[in-house]
Design a binder for this molecule. Sequence first.
Ligand SMILES: [Zn+2]
Length: 289
Amino acid sequence: MTTTDTALDGDRAPEHGPAIGIIGGTGLYSFFDDAAATTELDVDTPFGRPSAPLTSGVIAGRRVVFVPRHGRGHEYLPHEVPYRANMWALRASGARRVLGACAVGSLTPRLPAGTIVVPDQLVDRTHGRPQTFFDRSGFPSPDGPVHVSFADPYCPDLRAVLASDGIVDGGTMVVIEGPRFSTRAESRWYAGQGWSLVNMTGHPEAVLARELRLCYATTCLVTDLDAGVDAGGGVTAEEVFAEFRRGLPIFADRLRDAVANLDPGGDCDCAAADHDPDRIVAAGGAVPR
Ligand SMILES: [Zn+2]
């Protein structure tokens, strides 16, 4: 195991404090202040393995635990991502505040490719994805049924840190099942509801974070205009990946700024729940799947 000697808040070394979790693309490996001083965490969970071993290290003086959402070789399609294992592994590795980074389509020409948006609402149009830890297929809660509040799906503290100057603050992201893109009719319908972004991975990450009392918010890089937008000619995967690569340097810089400005141990209402995730996660290793 390798460690780092970068100090945080005086003499307190970051590896001993709560961590900031990041879920995003493999391009974020280059974020770490010293790639040679990172630690690989091979975490198992009651929900299987995360998308890849977690990487623990220091970014901008903060201890960060990172998991690439789609795996190191982008082997998981959006509906195949082990969302429960990813979030559980982050919490078990010390993360208490989690930043999600993702590519999105825009449902309005007001948000062209290259725009960075921090949504404040989501609409779930996925189907069949487990969106709770606490059911009979997963992990029956020892504290009884869990029905978390989800009216505001994102942590307000994290949103405020992510939505700095030049970043669009707010918007509704509709999360579709994928892996196909939307039809024009679907896309026009989404836009007609007043929703502004479309994505395939934003759910169930947010609600799983809420169940584990983690702060969670997401920052989104617009890669394309969705099929229903008049200026958009329909979306191809090649366009999305090319635009993501183009926007990544700025997107990464802004995410790094957010990490630098975030208190990893900050307390807010996200930590309030009727169940005790620390006890549940601690017991998780013994729970059969
Ligand atoms: Zn919070």
